[in-house]
Design a protein around this ligand. Structure first.
Ligand SMILES: *Cc1c(COP(=O)(O)O)cnc(C)c1O
Length: 360
């Protein structure tokens, strides 16, 4: 068996302990004589898997009682429409554009109402997070929207925007559970789990109770109403049960490994190994501005796209997989999520140094 250091942005690396446990339980989950994949989502064992997952997530993030947790399908992209459909009362919302995913969310929201761009870093190819301390938030805006960690560009909000009292909606797909956060600062948090948590096909939503509404402004499909899944404990229809099971295992793994404080410390250490090196060389260019750098996705390139291609090819021969940058910006991207061991980042930096020596 061979395992590589997998720097994929998503679907991405998972904790080896979790994969081994799942493998051991594949044919017979806790004496049931079947795999979790083969089990009714209304059975006792699955009910426990689901409820434990929700409780463990609540414990990990210290989620207050007035926030609900639901699991839905359709990917993070489905929420680009679900957010306006569930939150619009005045049919006005204010968006901050820091990359491709917030831009897509903005375009989708335009199908439903009057959307204002409060700030954008598009003019600099999304290389930084704008100052959001005093934005012109509209008095009648229903919410303010951000993408908190920009997976493609390697930038992150290190301070949340001042929303002037409006609910903050945050797409946390690529930074979910990477560090402790104060849930009370948000109206809605959502994340596609295939980045930092589990297998693709599942989205976690954490929604403040007063934002779960029945008097929606649109003819909202039953499946897109958050209230439907809240009222049915995410079992209105068949959920992605296997992904919930693996996410539950990852939550337990996070708890057993010191929780989110410990994750933050580990993630800071890993990111520093890369950024410290990038700051000492001009062979590689790091486009993300210093004050906006992400701890989860580190983007860099050489001065020549052909050399970047060679880097990706040779990295592969050195057990460094999926290091190619997003097709829209090129270069390289190291996604160093919770499950990426420090040894993986060290191996990458050692390879980067060698490649620099041989190609400068
Ligand atoms: C990957 C990603 C998405 C899109 O997720 P899908 O599940 O493929 O729809 C949205 N937002 C962010 C921040 C992402 O990283």
């Amino acid at each position: 068996m061979k395992r590589v250091f997998n720097f994929s942005a998503g679907p991405a690396v998972l904790p080896e302990d979790v994969l081994k446990e799942a493998a051991a339980e594949m044919l017979d989950y806790e004496g049931t004589g079947m795999s979790v994949m083969e089990m009714s989502h209304r059975s006792k064992p699955f009910e426990k898997i689901l409820n434990d997952a929700i409780q463990d997530l609540r414990d990990l993030m210290n989620i207050p009682d007035n926030y609900k947790v639901i699991f839905v399908q359709g990917g993070a992209s489905q929420q680009f429409a679900a957010v306006p459909m569930n939150l619009m009362k005045n049919k006005k919302a204010d968006y901050i554009l820091t990359g491709q995913f917030s831009t897509k969310a903005y375009q989708e929201a335009q199908l439903f109402g009057d959307i204002k761009v409060l700030a954008s870093s598009k003019e600099s190819k999304f290389s930084y997070i704008p100052d959001c301390s005093d934005l012109d938030v509209r008095d009648d805006a229903d919410y303010v929207y951000i993408c908190e960690n920009n997976t493609i560009y390697g930038t992150k909000f290190h301070e949340l925007p001042n929303t002037k009292g409006k609910p903050l909606v945050s797409d946390q797909s690529s930074c979910f559970l990477s560090e402790p956060i104060d849930v009370t600062k948000y109206g809605v948090i959502y994340a596609g789990v295939q980045k930092n948590v589990g297998p693709a096909g599942l989205v976690v939503l954490i929604i403040r109770e007063d934002l779960i509404r029945d008097d929606l402004e649109f003819v909202t499909p039953t499946m897109l109403k958050w209230k439907t899944q809240v009222d049915n404990n995410s079992l209105y229809n068949t959920p992605n049960s296997y992904s919930i099971y693996i996410c539950g295992k990852v939550f337990k793994w996070l708890k057993a490994n010191g929780g989110l404080e410990a994750m933050k410390k580990r993630n800071q250490e890993k990111a520093a190994i890369l950024y410290d090196y990038l700051d000492t060389t001009d062979f590689y260019i790091c486009a993300a501005e210093k004050g906006s750098r992400s701890m989860m996705n580190v983007t860099f390139k050489t001065k020549d796209p052909e050399l970047d291609a060679k880097f990706v090819e040779e990295a592969k021969k050195n057990n460094i997989a999926n290091i190619k940058g997003h097709r829209s910006i090129g270069g390289m991207r190291a996604s160093i999520y919770n499950a990426m061991p420090k040894a993986g980042v060290e191996a990458l930096v050692a390879f980067m140094k060698k490649f620099e020596e041989e190609n400068k």
